[in-house]
Design a protein. Structure first.
Length: 143
């Protein structure tokens, strides 16, 4: 399985269903399950306020950092969109996004492979009432 490290508050907005496109300067042929990693860098308070105003979203006072916080399916890479979230050269389109209990781990650049020990610890949050499928552990040939 692959993962992507995303700065906060963007990782939070993705995992909680507000943002469905992640902007990048690079593309990938990979399609499939993707762990969402919240980067360790903490956002500035003034940046959070500006993001909240610009996108009309409420943001919490604190976020998980340096941990896997969600799972999504990467279904498409786009170069154009009317979405207010699209502003990059490439947009990674994410579907079937669901939060998981945070798993502390370092992030990396681009898409990166997640080891089986980390995958074995992926669990939905206790408050989530609907079941969701476990990640597909079938190896991919391309990153």
């Amino acid at each position: 399985m692959r993962a992507i490290s995303i700065r906060q508050p963007w990782a939070h907005l993705i995992v909680h269903g507000k943002k469905r496109i992640e902007n990048r300067s690079w593309t990938t042929a990979y399609r499939g399950p993707l762990l969402i990693h919240a980067a360790g860098r903490r956002p500035r308070v003034e940046d959070l306020a500006a993001i909240s105003r610009a996108h009309g979203v409420a943001l919490p006072e604190d976020f998980d950092h340096g941990a896997f916080i969600g799972v999504a399916d990467l279904v498409e890479v786009i170069t154009q969109s009317d979405s207010p979230w699209f502003c990059g050269r490439y947009g990674l389109v994410l579907r079937n996004v669901r939060p998981i209990d945070p798993i502390p781990a370092p992030g990396r650049l681009k898409l990166f492979v997640v080891n089986r020990e980390t995958l074995a610890s992926v669990r939905p949050p206790v408050q989530q009432s609907r079941p969701w499928p476990a990640p597909d552990l079938t190896p991919s040939r391309e990153a």
